[in-house]
Design a protein around this ligand. Structure first.
Ligand SMILES: Nc1ncnc2c1ncn2[C@@H]1O[C@H](COP(=O)(O)OP(=O)(O)OP(=O)(O)O)[C@@H](O)[C@H]1O
Ligand SMILES: [Mg+2]
Length: 250
C-alpha cells in the first residue's frame, strides 16, 4: 500500500464512539478512518465489539456518544437508508437476498426501472449481466433464482447490488465464514479487486490468513476498544494474535 491514502481525507471517520447495551459496554470510545481504495480489516475475539461498530457505521444502531463523518461531513441521525444514500453499503453475512428471485431482481430490488407502467425487465437483465460480468462473478445466468447459487456466487450478487445502490464504502461482516476454500478465495479476490477499483472496504474476519492476503490495514479490537490500527506489511500474524488476546500486555 502506498501512503497516498494517508494524505487524502478519509471517506469515513468515526471518533470516540461509545455504545452500551444495558450495562454491557460494547464500545468504549472507538476511533477509526476508512479510505477509498483501501481494505481495512477489523479483527478481535468474540464479543470485542466488531459487529456493533459496523452496525453503527451503517446506521443500524445509533451510538451513545461520539461522531461520524462521511466525506468530510459530520453526520446526525443516521439510519441505513441515509448511510446508503451517502455511499455506505453493508453486505450482510446472511446476505438478505430474496432466494426465490433471480439475480437481476435482487440487484434492482426496490429500484426497478420502469418503462411506462411496467417494469423494464430487459434493462434489468442487461444491466445486471454487465455488472456481474464486470465484477468477474461467475453465475450461470442472471435469471436463475439466487437460492440455487453457491455461497460465493450469492456474495457476488450481494456485492453487485451494493454497488448498484451506489455503495462506495462496502462493509463485510465475515463474508467467507460459511465457505469452502475455493469459494472463499473467489470472494477475497473480488474484495481485493473492488479496492483496486477505488471502493473502500471494511471487512470483519476471524481468519487472519485471509486478512493478511487482502487487507492494507488491520484494526484490532478487544473488549470494546481498539488496541491498535496497523499496516499488514509492518508486522506478522503472531503480532496480531498477541494484540487480540492481550498477550502483548502481559
Ligand atoms: N443487540 C444487542 N443487545 C445486547 N447486547 C448486545 C447486542 N449486540 C451486541 N451485544 C453485546 O455487545 C458486545 C459486542 O458484541 P458484538 O456483536 O459487537 O461482538 P463481535 O466482535 O461482533 O463478536 P463476534 O466475533 O462473536 O461476532 C457483546 O458483549 C454482545 O453480547
Ligand atoms: Mg460479530
Amino acid at each position: 500500500m502506498n501512503d497516498k491514502s494517508e494524505r487524502v481525507s478519509p471517506f469515513l471517520k468515526v471518533e470516540n464512539i461509545t455504545k452500551n447495551f444495558g450495562n454491557i459496554e460494547a464500545l468504549k470510545g472507538v476511533s477509526l478512518e476508512s479510505h477509498l481504495g483501501e481494505v481495512l480489516a477489523i479483527v478481535g475475539d468474540n464479543g470485542a465489539g466488531k459487529s456493533t461498530l459496523i452496525k453503527i457505521i451503517s446506521g443500524v444502531f445509533t451510538q451513545d456518544h461520539g461522531e461520524i463523518w462521511i466525506n468530510g461531513e459530520k453526520q446526525e441521525n443516521l439510519n441505513p437508508k441515509v448511510c446508503l444514500s451517502k455511499g455506505i453499503s453493508t453486505v450482510y453475512q446472511d446476505l438478505a437476498l430474496v432466494n426465490t428471485r433471480d439475480a437481476a431482481y435482487n440487484i434492482f430490488l426496490g429500484r426497478e426501472p420502469m418503462k411506462g407502467l411496467f417494469i423494464d425487465k430487459k434493462r434489468m437483465y442487461t444491466e445486471s449481466k454487465q455488472l456481474i460480468q464486470g465484477l468477474e462473478v461467475h453465475i450461470p445466468s442472471v435469471k436463475v433464482p439466487v437460492g440455487n447459487l453457491s455461497g460465493g456466487q450469492r456474495q457476488g450478487v450481494a456485492v453487485a447490488r451494493a454497488i448498484h445502490q451506489g455503495g462506495k464504502l462496502l462493509i463485510f461482516d465475515e463474508p467467507t465464514a460459511a465457505m469452502g476454500l475455493v469459494e472463499s478465495s473467489r470472494v477475497l479476490k473480488l474484495i481485493k479487486r473492488l479496492a483496486e477499483d477505488g471502493y473502500g472496504i471494511i471487512i470483519i474476519s476471524h481468519n487472519l490468513q485471509q486478512v493478511f492476503q487482502i487487507a492494507h490495514k488491520v484494526c484490532v479490537m478487544r473488549q470494546g476498544r481498539i488496541v491498535d490500527i496497523v499496516k499488514t506489511d509492518e508486522l506478522n500474524m503472531n503480532d496480531i494474535v498477541s494484540m487480540i488476546t492481550g498477550a502483548a500486555d502481559i
